[in-house]
Design a protein around this ligand. Sequence first.
Ligand code: FMN
Length: 169
Amino acid sequence: MTFKELIHQRYSCRAYRPEPVEEDKLMQVLEAARLAPTAANRQPFQIIVIHIRGKEQDIQKLYHRDWVLQPPILLCICGIEALAWVRRDGKSYLDADAAIVVDHMTLEAAELGLGTCWIAAFDQTAVRDFLHLPDGVEPLFLLTLGYPNDQAGPKARKPLEQIVRYEHW
Ligand SMILES: Cc1cc2nc3c(=O)[nH]c(=O)nc-3n(C[C@H](O)[C@H](O)[C@H](O)COP(=O)(O)O)c2cc1C
């Protein structure tokens, strides 16, 4: 699959088949995260692998949509603010770093025939409690991982003319 095909193939999957994800495929997805670039190469993140089966009641409290219980795996991408690169004016690039990590994983998963969906609209307190996160560790994204039971729809995106400017604003 070419990179162009891959970025068209990735979509937010919200329907999954129940079969497990093979360990070697999970490891390839995690390896893609490991290779993601981060500001100043600080790598200020940790990924928690959660096997959903048997934990459905708890996981439903983290995110209210039913489909979050369908895949076998949920990943929680946590940021560690104290490790993040911060620009001189105080802007932290923790969120940007974590987003690149997630993007790498979604693309690797797509190449492996797996579906993913970014989740930011989770209950942060519930996630903190469920995963026993210590102070200084922030859950930034959840990511579902499993075999898709739906297909990509057309990509609803603004045309290039609406998002690109040349030379100045
Ligand atoms: C930072 C971020 C947060 C998102 N949070 C959620 C979410 O909480 N729930 C959800 O169903 N989709 C979520 N999405 C998925 C977006 O809705 C989706 O990427 C967008 O509509 C484009 O569709 P596509 O991923 O299928 O191309 C999120 C995506 C990103 C990048």
